[in-house]
Write a protein that binds this ligand. Structure first.
Ligand SMILES: Cc1cc2nc3c(=O)[nH]c(=O)nc-3n(C[C@H](O)[C@H](O)[C@H](O)COP(=O)(O)O)c2cc1C
Length: 402
């Protein structure tokens, strides 16, 4: 009898193979879909601390969800607050607009100001054009909480956030009637179906009331739960590949920078009352000098204190600064830059100097090397009798975003 061809043995081997494959697949799927930890931002603006108390309750609710960590941050102030350091929230750091896409979810909170969000919050969100056009917040869960006085216009105030979040394509988490049956209804409670709110102006009990804090905690938990769902969906699509068409692609420009062995510097911070870039329509306007880690590279007049070779190095550094700022303006991805439009190079030179174009070629060539055909631009070069911080060069640049 041929033992190998015997039917019972074949069946046995088949069953064993099936069991083995199931075990391997199970192990793989557990490994691949194991969700990672979540980091959720609680971003608030407060003057007298009411919103901060609500923010802490939201954060507490977030952290009740397994694996979720809440990060409390304030939005920067348009006008500084007297004695801020002495306030309970004085040590809470300010957020930057470019960090928003790093989180798994965001809870936004502010005081109700005339049925609206506060001016500080509005000003902060208005700086999110770059991350909006780069689709950075699309699909991210978000929720809104507030501190009001009497409560006048509090629902409209939450909705003022909602329209901005909708434009970003965020998934908005409302509170509905969650927890309503668990709170004391003999006192006024600020909560709305859109999000937790405190009635700081209402007396009887200290504010936020227990009930308001309770709803805020439930809201934080609901946000974390939605963020987990979003994270799991991302993990699953990463395993199955079913969402390959929408999976993040590698940036072409980053790859080119790597191939050219170039690392963009940190975008220099403004040294006055101005912004590093301004977007108008689809155009971005940027001005930079040869700053490098807070100091100017090769400062002084070209041809006397600075050689032309040194001025070329300073020009390269200036162009890299321009690109670092451009990357911020493009929401962190230079692939969103459609094209360069114009460069204007200013050089600190003596009267009668004529080789500005030779110096400026350094910037033009580098730009085209990095952005390819899209880096081609119109150009002007000018001699200057002095430049800020004694820089030998300044570049004004205009780009177009997609
Ligand atoms: C300019 C301004 C406008 C305000 N408008 C409203 C309002 O429309 N409705 C309301 O209920 N409270 C209003 N308030 C009161 C605040 O919302 C309230 O004091 C809130 O609790 C402050 O929050 P904070 O402690 O986080 O600063 C306003 C306060 C200010 C300063």
């Amino acid at each position: 009898m041929n033992f190998i061809n015997s039917t019972p043995l074949k069946a046995g081997v088949l069953i064993l193979l099936c069991l083995l494959s199931i075990t391997i697949l199970k192990a793989q799927s557990t490994k691949n879909t194991k969700p990672s930890a979540m980091k959720i931002l609680v971003l608030f603006n407060t003057e007298s601390g009411g919103t901060y108390k609500m923010a802490k309750a939201i954060a507490g609710g977030i952290e009740r969800f397994p694996g979720a960590t809440a990060v409390l941050k304030q939005v920067p102030r348009i006008k500084s607050l007297e004695n801020e350091q002495k306030q309970a929230f004085g040590q809470i750091p300010y957020a930057t607009i470019s960090e928003l896409p790093e989180y798994d979810g965001i809870a936004f909170g502010s005081a109700v100001h005339f049925g609206n969000m506060s001016a500080d919050m509005r000003y902060f969100l208005d700086q999110s054009v770059g991350i909006w056009t780069a689709h950075k917040l699309e699909g991210m869960p978000a929720t809104v909480f507030m501190s009001a006085g009497s409560g006048a216009g509090r629902e409209a105030a939450i909705l003022s956030f909602w329209s901005t979040l909708a434009v970003h394509g965020m998934v908005i988490i409302p509170t509905g009637i969650m927890g309503n049956q668990e709170i004391d209804k003999t006192i006024p409670q600020g909560n709305t179906v859109f999000g937790a709110t405190s009635l700081a102006g209402a007396t009887a009990v200290s504010r936020p009331s227990e009930g308001e804090l309770h709803i805020a905690a439930l809201q934080g938990y609901a946000l974390a739960k939605a963020a987990k769902g979003n994270q799991l969906t991302k993990d699953i699509t990463a395993v199955t590949g079913t969402a390959s068409s929408v999976a993040p692609k590698t940036s072409k420009i980053e790859a080119r920078l790597k191939a050219l062995n170039l690392i963009l510097p940190d975008a220099p911070a403004p040294v006055g009352n101005y912004k590093p870039f301004r977007i108008s329509g689809k155009q971005v306007f940027i001005n930079q000098i040869a700053l490098n880690a807070g100091k100017v590279d090769h400062p002084g007049m070209v041809g006397t204190e600075v050689t032309e070779e040194q001025a070329k190095l300073a020009t390269r550094q200036t162009l890299l600064n321009v690109l670092a700022v451009l990357k911020q303006a493009a929401g962190g991805d230079l692939d969103h830059v459609k094209q360069a439009v114009q460069l204007t190079g200013f050089f600190y030179t003596a009267a009668g100097y004529t080789k500005h174009a030779v110096l400026m070629n350094e910037a033009s060539n580098l730009l085209v090397e990095i952005l390819g055909e899209n880096g081609m631009h119109t150009r002007a070069t000018v001699g200057a009798s002095s430049l800020p911080m004694n820089s030998s060069v300044e570049i004004q640049a205009i780009f177009e975003l997609e």
